[in-house]
Design a protein around this ligand. Sequence first.
Ligand SMILES: Cc1cc2nc3c(=O)[nH]c(=O)nc-3n(C[C@H](O)[C@H](O)[C@H](O)COP(=O)(O)O)c2cc1C
Ligand code: SF4
Length: 663
Amino acid sequence: MTSSPRTAAGRFERLFSPIQVGPMLVQNRICETTNSIGAGRADGLPDDAFIDHHVGKARGGTAWLGGETWLLNSPMPQEAADEFFPGAASTRFPLYLHPDLPNRVRRFTEAAHEAGAVTVFQLTHLNFTMAASSIHVAGAYDWIPHRLDDEEIDFIINTYAEAAARFKEGGADGIEIHCAHETLPQTFLSPATNQRTDRWGGDAQRRTRFVIEVLERVRKRIGDGVALGIRMNGMESRPGGYNVLEMREMVSHIAESGLLDFLDLDVGHSWGVPSYVQPSYNDPAQFRDAARGARVDIAPIPVLFSGRVNDPVVAEDLLAGGFCDLVGMTRAGIADPEFANKARDGRMIEMRRCIGCNRCIGEAVHGRSPARKPACSVNPVAGNEALWATQFQPAAEKRRVVVVGGGAAGLEAARVSAMRGHHVVLLEQRPSLGGQVRIASKAPGRDSFEDFLYFQENQMAALGVEVRLGAPVTADDVLALSPDVVICATGSRPIRPNAPGIGSPHVVQGWDVLEGRAVASGRVAVISQEDHFETPNVADFLASRGCHVEVFHSWLGIGAEIDRYSIGMVMRRLEQGGVKVHTGQILAGIDGNSLSLLSAFTGERRTVDGFDSIVLVYGSAPDTTLHDELRGRVQALYLIGSAWVPRGIHEATEHGMKVALAV
Ligand SMILES: Cc1cc2nc3c(=O)[nH]c(=O)nc-3n(C[C@H](O)[C@H](O)[C@H](O)COP(=O)(O)O)c2cc1C
Ligand code: SF4
């Protein structure tokens, strides 16, 4: 859990000092770097929902808004349809050509200014369809792009300049050329993806030519009144990629051009390890040294560094240590848009820290809902700002609300009910709050999940929620409290498959292992029909305790539902722990130390011997017992969270909030 010694107001002196970035005065060092989280933009342009989400962070004290990225157009004929490709689009009609763009940019920027922030617009060419060379551009993925010729390169450089001019027209404070995350400019900068022998390829200096020509043309169009910068990867982690020293050399060449007002630096790829949206398994600001490496003496320019900085204490230390001049705290602001004001005002105890679960980026990149909107596990208001603004009202009638179950859903239901003025009693049968979040936090690299519980526990105390722990809750217990409203957040129970031998004492549940209520040792088989983090986290936990772990998964592979920014670290940990994974394996029976398994594809049976322990990770089924007993016996009864349907923390928290807004 993160703890801060600096709770007194005014201790974050560097963080809250202003800085001049080219022509742009930034009120403090806290930045929202660009995050295409899908806030509003129903017609593609900044709208009320976009402003509510992003400017909400400025009202909460963030001084730099990167908003969401702007995809530029590719050199396709006018009559051609847009081309969509896994993970990226090639755009024929980019939104910067929309006649209303400058007006919308102005509305957004004016709202940001009113809240004390500047706006910086990121211009992006993705690389999946076009790049410096026709070779694999995104690490382990099989995407091969078209190699651009001189005419196409010229077209593309122009699109940056045209777009920048449109954003300037709308009053933008800054423009950022996206040269990281395997975007097209990175394919020119990287020796791994730029294999050209013409003027666009060669040594480090020659590989910067594309970026410098973009900056030159953009500067010509926007003049000196708008800040201009690039976003760049501090080091590549792929065979043949550039390291920090080569990055430094390239930054020097680019900075010497005199065209740069800032360098926005992060580390990582859009796949693999590290990813640029580092999950909880990475330490806060783990790649800070790359930022220091980017601080060139030749032409000093302000450096903005991002990478799992979820706490103002870490941010202040980065500034004090000379690693950077500005700090990206993007997910910190999604998790708690007001975190900066809380830090400034000495209200650290009220801060809701980002736990590094990566649901936000997972939803943005892989989300399946047609109504894509921001999703955060700990902040259910993210993406629901309009709903919150209209529906959060002090309760007209103060009611007695009993919440049963202190997991993610129950805690949020209790919190929001209490905020609205209801008298809330929260009953939890376990000795501590947290439910499945607490269980998940026991896995290696997941202790940050406790930060959410720390926040909620503090909220319960601050809001006067009466918390009763440590005793099973019956329907009579609930009725004895004379509730006006009962919210059942009783969670779910781990599933036990129906197979011979399943009741043997050496067969245990993954949750119990994580919680220390069951022990597995020696050679352990993890039998899984679960596609999120639970299976790898249980396997990782066991391996970290010296077990020899083999996972038998029911389908194509483990972690199929894990986002591409987290999965690399998850798999790396398993590989380092010596965990073996077998796919397409269905449990048919257990006989002592032997497992009987069926192939999910052929139905063929096989036996594997020699397991000391067998650990089940089969997901969980809703526990509706209490709800069913209370049906018809209380005035208002709700079933929420995993007790309704087991899903992620985000769904549980959001469900808790929505029900509490209605009671
Ligand atoms: C939902 C989401 C969308 C993102 N989209 C972009 C993007 O469009 N362009 C970009 O440069 N970075 C993008 N990022 C990366 C962030 O700018 C930032 O570098 C990353 O979240 C790490 O910083 P943090 O630890 O402060 O969150 C995105 C991040 C998130 C969480
Ligand atoms: S979804 Fe998870 S990673 Fe994203 S901001 Fe919220 S807590 Fe942080």
